[in-house]
Write a protein that binds this ligand. Sequence first.
Ligand code: LFR
Length: 495
Amino acid sequence: QNTHYVLAFDFGASSGRAILGALKDGKIEMKEIHRFSNDPVIVNGTMYWDTLRQFFEIKQGIVKAKKYGTIDSMGIDTWGVDFGLIDEHGALLENAVHYRDERTRGMDRKVFTKIPKSELYNITGNEFNYFNTIFQLNALKENRPWMLERANKFLFTPDLFNYFLTGEKKAEYTMATTSSLLDIRKREWSEEVIERIGLKKELFPELIASGSIVGPLKKEICEELGVNSMKVIAVASHDTQSASAAVPTQEKDFIFISCGTWSLYGTELDEPVIGEKSLEMNVSNEGGYGGKINFLKNLTGLWMVQESRRQWIREGNEYSFGELETQAKEVELFQNFVDANAEEFVPSGNMPRRIREYCKQTGQTVPETPGEIVCCINQSLAMKYRRELDKIQYCLNKKYDTIHMIGGGIQSKLLCQMTANATGCRVAAGPVEATAFGNIAVQMIALGQIKDIKEAREIIERSEATCYYEPQNTEEWSQAYARYCQVTKRQEEEL
Ligand code: LFR
C-alpha cells in the first residue's frame, strides 16, 4: 500500500543529503535517497557556496523521492549564519558567500565601534564568532555597499531555498538567532542593532516559528519535476537546532554536544541567560525548536580531522575515518595538545602542518604520522569539552553528570570515550542521525502525525540505540588537563 513520507534535506559543510522519513510501529524509519557533494568554490579570492547547484540537488532529491510513495512535506536544514540577497524582482544578486571567507576579518572591531560589544551581547545574547551574519553584513556595508542598496530582501540559506520552492520570503526563527541581529528576549529583529549597523529594516523578512508551513511547492516546479504538490515546512532550519530537537531524553535539564564539523555544546532553556558571566565566557543564546533557547558554545569539531584527511588525500594517501581512528588508538596519550578554536585552524588548507607548527611553538612533541595527528586532535577536543563544561556549569550554577553526544562525530568511539574520561561524565551517545531525525520529527509534528516534541523525543529514543561510555582513568586525565590548560593559555587569554 501507499506509504506517506516526509522528505528532509540536510546540508552540511561538505555534503548534503535527502532523506525520506516515515512513522512505522512507533519508530521513525529513515532512508537516504540522495547524497551530493557541497563544495565551496573560490573565485577571484572570494569563497562562495554554489547556491544554484545546491538548489539543483534539492530538485534531484524531490525527483528521486517520488517513486517511493506519497510525499506529504519537505523541510531543509543547513549550517548557520549565511544568506543570499534578493533584488526587487526576486532575483538572487550573487551566490551566497561562505562563512569561512575572509571578508569578516577584523569586522568585529569595526562593528563594536558602532555598537559596543557588551551592548550587542545584551540585546542579542549571541556569542562572538568572526563569521556571524552581522559581521558579514558589515563587511558588505563597508566594502560593497551597492549590494545592500540593490537588495530588497535578505534570506538565510534555508529560507532562500524555501523561497525558490514556494515564492514566500520568510525568516525561520532558529536560523535567525544565529545572526546577532535579533533581540533574543523578545524573539524579534532588533531594530536598534539593525539601525546602528546602518542597514534598512525592510531588508529582513517576517519571522516565523520552526514548524510553520511556508507554502505549497510552486506549480511550475511540480510540473517541471513531475510531482504532486507537497507542503514546504520551515523546520528548525539551523542544523544544530534540528539536532538538538532530537536529543533522546525526557529530562528537562540535559547537556548535549552535537558533533560534526563543529561541536555545539549546550543545554536547553526556556529563557536566555545574559549576564556578565556568560559574556565573559562567550556563551551563546540561540533559538531552539518551540521557542526555546539553547545556551550554547560553538566549538570546532571534527573539522581538523576532516581537513587533515583531505590533505593526506592530496598527498596521495586516502585513509578512511575508521583507519585513522585505528591508528590513533595505538598512539601514546597526552604527548601534545592544540586549542581547536585557535585562529590558525579556521581556514581550509594544510591542517597537519599547522598542527605540527602549533606543537613546535608550544614546546611539545611534534606529531608526525596520521595516527599521531588524529590522536592529538581527539584528546584536545575532549579536553576542550571539559573546559567548556566548566564554563557552562559556572554560568548556570548547575552540575551535569551525563553528556548526550549526538551527530556523525559520535561514530568515533575514541572521541566519545575520551570525552567521558576528560569530563568525568557518563556519555550517552546517539543518535548518529540526530539532524535528520529532528528535521523529520518537526515536519511530522507540523503535519499532526506526532503530538509534540516530547513525543518526538520518545519516538527518536526508540528509533536508534544509545551507546554509553563510562569515565575511565580520570586521575590521569585530570593531570593531563592541567597541561592542556598551560599549552592553550594563549587562546584563552585572547577570548
Ligand atoms: C553547525 C553550524 C553551527 C554554526 C556553524 C556555522 O553545522 O550550523 O551551529 O555556528 O555551523 O554556520
